[in-house]
Design a protein around this ligand. Sequence first.
Ligand code: FES
Ligand code: FES
Length: 148
Amino acid sequence: MEITVNGAVRIVDAEPDTPLLWVLRDNLGLTGTKYGCGLAQCGACTVLVQGLPVRSCVTPVESVAGLPVTTIETVEQDDVGRRIVEAWVAHQVPQCGYCQSGQVMAATALLKQVAAPSDSDIAAAMTNLCRCGTYNAIAAAIRNVAQG
Ligand code: FES
Ligand code: FES
């Protein structure tokens, strides 16, 4: 089937119900998107579909046919995504780093929808888990981008 990933149409040999996560990682070699729980709980696998955050571990690849998928590999081509990554670096957000590509994608989606999110907006949108406890740094980085 054909899917559009990071601005390019890609032809992938996969069953229609294969989770998008595995198509990205195994078929397309985009290993920046991580596997955590496989149960839509942790958010490590977050990518954007039409600009909205999606947990790719439970998203059948057939459901994104014809829709633009964005992964961490090209998020910095977007102005908001670039500013998020810069803020992540400035605030030294990552610890082990495993959850961080999903966190960056979720934060990018939030700031593209709400340019100046309140603390409750941030808490509501940033539901990805982090075993290293980087939540305060994540919120600070998001506030930093929102404040320009
Ligand atoms: S791996 Fe998808 S939500 Fe945890
Ligand atoms: S930085 Fe280690 S799990 Fe989030």
